[in-house]
Design a protein around this ligand. Structure first.
Ligand code: SF4
Ligand code: SF4
Length: 286
């Protein structure tokens, strides 16, 4: 199935926009989280100490539209070619006695086949002219169907309000030709914003470079238009398996079987109608 969601949604002449988050250059500064909160006036989400490395945000939620995960690993360090950081010590490389943080700024994936959008009964969730998925807060009735439909656990309800909130890819900013606040604030360009096909080509080139530099475990996540959600508008370069980052390894759009379920329900309803008609006719003959 095509991933041209812009045309499918009835829009014309706008290239699909996206995020490419290259976690190999994320330094965990959380500027993206802060910029997102500030621009979108997202309320604080609890000033808690989680005990999870330097991550006191915890997870994506109604009041956390970007979440920088910190994963501590005992690992042989590799040289990622970042001149200001320098190369790992020879001893650490030799003994493998090192540790590393995997840092990754997670966000709504703006899926090609977005289950949240499929199940929304009010049309509060819609596909924008940029191919992104946005909630209209004044139309959301707080039913929460989208929360259980999202295969990534992204979209979430505010407890005191009931309505759902998530990343809009800064719909207001990109409509004015600006980049989203997180991408603008990221000092290392770990978060890149732009035309999705341009980002995909950049990601492919970056992956090739990392593989050539001896990082064979580097992989792209959400890049493949043939995966279970048709690929994502927001995709990632990871340095380990997706589940290490808390991402589902093989996500599938949860509404995939809806058409066949409706077909079966239709056939069952017709069968019931036919049986009721036959019973009525038999009764009338008696
Ligand atoms: S990640 Fe979840 S909330 Fe975001 S578009 Fe996909 S299904 Fe919807
Ligand atoms: S702003 Fe960039 S470098 Fe800083 S935490 Fe976010 S993604 Fe990582």
């Amino acid at each position: 199935m095509s991933d041209d969601v812009v045309t499918q949604a009835g829009w014309e002449n706008t290239p699909r926009k996206g995020f490419f988050t290259d976690t190999s250059v994320c330094i965990g500064c959380k500027a993206c989280e802060v910029a997102c909160k500030e621009w979108n006036a997202v309320p604080e989400d609890g000033l808690n100490f989680t005990g999870m490395s330097y991550d006191n945000t915890g997870a994506l939620g109604a009041d956390t539209w970007r979440h920088v995960a910190f994963i501590e690993q005992k690992k042989r360090p590799v040289d990622l070619g970042m001149p200001t950081v320098g190369t790992p010590s020879a001893q650490a490389q030799e003994t493998g006695d090192g540790m590393r943080w995997l840092m990754s700024s997670d966000v709504c994936k703006h899926c090609t086949h977005a289950a949240c959008l499929d199940v929304c009964p009010t049309g509060a969730l819609f596909r924008t002219e940029f191919g992104t998925v946005v909630v209209q807060q004044d139309v959301c009735n707080g039913c929460g169907y989208c929360v259980s439909a999202c295969p990534y656990g992204v979209i979430d309800q505010r407890k005191d309000d009931g309505r759902v909130f998530k990343c809009t890819m800064c719909y207001d900013r990109i409509g004015d030709g600006l980049e989203p606040a997180c991408a603008k604030a990221c000092p290392t360009d770990s978060i890149q914003y732009g035309d999705l096909d341009v980002l995909r080509a950049a990601a492919d080139a970056r992956l090739e470079t990392l593989h050539a530099q001896g990082v064979p475990e580097a992989e792209l996540y959400g890049r493949d238009p043939d995966d279970g959600v048709g690929g994502n508008g927001a995709f990632f370069l990871l340095l380990d398996r997706p589940e290490v980052y808390g991402l589902p390894p093989d996500p599938v759009v949860t509404t995939r079987d809806l058409p066949s379920m409706w077909r079966h329900a239709g056939v069952a309803a017709l069968g019931l109608l036919a049986a009721a008609g036959a019973a009525f006719a038999a009764g009338a003959r008696r």
